[in-house]
Design a protein around this ligand. Structure first.
Ligand SMILES: NC(=O)C1=CN([C@@H]2O[C@H](COP(=O)(O)OP(=O)(O)OC[C@H]3O[C@@H](n4cnc5c(N)ncnc54)[C@H](O)[C@@H]3O)[C@@H](O)[C@H]2O)C=CC1
Ligand SMILES: O=C(O)C(=O)COP(=O)(O)O
Length: 410
């Protein structure tokens, strides 16, 4: 039998958590990976660590927290796939230091989030959440008071990245004016314009929608002062991360009717599973749409994400390609028939590359192709050598000081 990978594909273990779409399993199996375990929920603590003891590839979504402690308990882990956009749940530095490459799906659920936000903006401008809640209780709130068309209103987008920019285009198609705030100068799409500051945006927008990643700089960025700076009767929508809004300050503004309404999809503390109770100061406020972190949860987005991230994991497993990794130097080297491929991940300190190449010189191994990329912490070198030399080279490479991980691919 001809081997295609150093470790028989049938022995490589994938663990997919949080109900990742079956499209991922199908792709992995079609690529020869038969050991794929799928769990519907997230794992944490000792259970997560115990499960990871013999796992090579892990798939998660936004809920599973991968800390330095978790990586330390996963000696065989080669890569992590975040089957979502955000990677704030992964300690990316710790992953890198353990030689674990991380990938995500930066675009597959963008449209789903943008559509949800627009739908919520329309419903909130019409007071539908309150009228719907009243009707369920036997009430009948037929009135035009505080009910508005979306046409002609100003949408303020905070974070003009993939989602913010997509939302901008859709909003203009509905006749909205768009103003955005971003820490980076961005090309405005259509007639959108970039505000000079968050406060300028807050003073102009009828609807403020947040689309920033979770970062130290975005934590609690919508606090009491920022909410007070919003126009009276404005609407706040948050489908980014729960740590971006001070939820108590929002609840106070909504109770006092300073804001017309809000739609919140993400929370500082979210239930761990569908079985746990959702607790929030926003519960019971009829002018708030509360959704259980489903901005990206559509069949279309999940199916696409399943394929996108599974493909990235397969490419990394099969030939060492790290293109679009979120924490690793990017390397993509074409396959060289008849050669074996050595993957060497090391600390980016002076002397490691020369020590690596000294191994080849010492063993008189001819290099067919070699590619090195580094980032501030880690170096990743891919070397293709004659098949007959790969075992001896692999053994010697693993002993080079500064080595984090090394693999050989046949
Ligand atoms: N509710 C849900 O189910 C989903 C939530 N998300 C969240 O949405 C976030 C945004 O997604 P994308 O648009 O794809 O990300 P992106 O990375 O394309 O865009 C984020 C933008 O925010 C900007 N930014 C960063 N810090 C900022 C700050 N302090 N002030 C203003 N702008 C700032 C960046 O420059 C960038 O333009 C994700 O990081 C994720 O946390 C994403 C998908 C689904
Ligand atoms: O893509 C993201 O960043 C999200 O927040 C979506 O998370 P989820 O996959 O629904 O847990």
């Amino acid at each position: 039998m001809t081997k295609t990978t150093s470790l028989d594909k049938g022995k490589i273990k994938f663990l997919l958590l949080e109900g990742i779409h079956p499209s991922a399993v199908e792709l992995l199996q079609a690529s020869g990976y038969t050991q794929v375990e799928v769990l519907p929920g997230a794992l944490e603590g000792e259970e997560l660590k115990a499960r990871l003891a013999d796992v090579h590839f892990l798939g998660i979504r936004s809920r599973t927290q991968l800390t330095a402690e978790v990586f330390a308990a996963a000696p065989k882990l080669v890569a992590v796939g975040a089957f979502c956009i955000g990677t704030n749940q992964i300690d990316l530095d710790a992953a890198r230091e353990h030689g674990v490459a991380a990938f995500n799906a930066p675009y597959s659920n963008t449209r789903s989030v943008a559509e949800l936000v627009l739908a919520e903006a329309i419903l909130l401008l019409r007071g539908v959440p309150e009228k719907n809640a009243a009707a369920h209780r036997g009430g009948w709130l037929k009135t035009a008071e505080n009910a508005f068309e979306i046409r002609g209103k100003t949408l303020g987008i905070v974070g003009y990245g993939s989602i913010g920019a997509q939302l901008s285009v859709l909003a203009e198609a509905l006749g909205m004016h768009v103003v955005f705030h971003d820490v980076v100068a961005k090309l405005p799409l259509g007639n959108a314009r970039q505000a000079r500051s968050l406060n300028e945006l807050l003073g102009q927008a009828d609807i403020v929608s947040l689309h920033v990643p979770e970062l130290p700089s975005t934590q609690w960025m919508m606090g009491e002062a920022e909410i007070a700076a919003m126009k009276p009767g404005a609407i706040l929508i948050n489908a980014s991360r729960g740590t971006v809004v001070v939820i108590e300050a929002l609840a106070a503004a909504l109770r006092e009717r300073r804001l017309l309404g809000a739609a919140i999809d993400v929370f500082p503390k979210e239930p761990k599973s569908n079985k746990d109770e959702f607790l929030s100061p926003l519960r019971g406020l009829d002018n708030v749409i509360l959704t259980p972190h489903i901005g990206g949860s559509t069949m279309e987005a999940q199916a696409n994400i399943g394929v996108e991230v599974a493909e990235k994991l397969v490419r990394y497993s099969d030939n060492g390609t790290t293109t679009r990794s979120v924490n690793f130097p990017e390397v993509a080297l074409p396959a060289h028939p008849g050669k074996h491929r050595l993957l060497h991940i090391h600390r980016n300190v002076p002397g490691v590359l020369s020590a690596v190449n000294q191994v080849f010189a010492d063993h008189r191994i001819n290099i067919a192709a070699q590619y090195l990329q580094t980032n501030d912490k880690v170096g990743y070198v891919v070397t293709d050598v004659d098949a007959a030399s790969s075992d001896v080279a692999h053994e010697a490479l693993a002993k080079v000081p500064g080595t984090i991980k090394s693999r050989v691919l046949f």
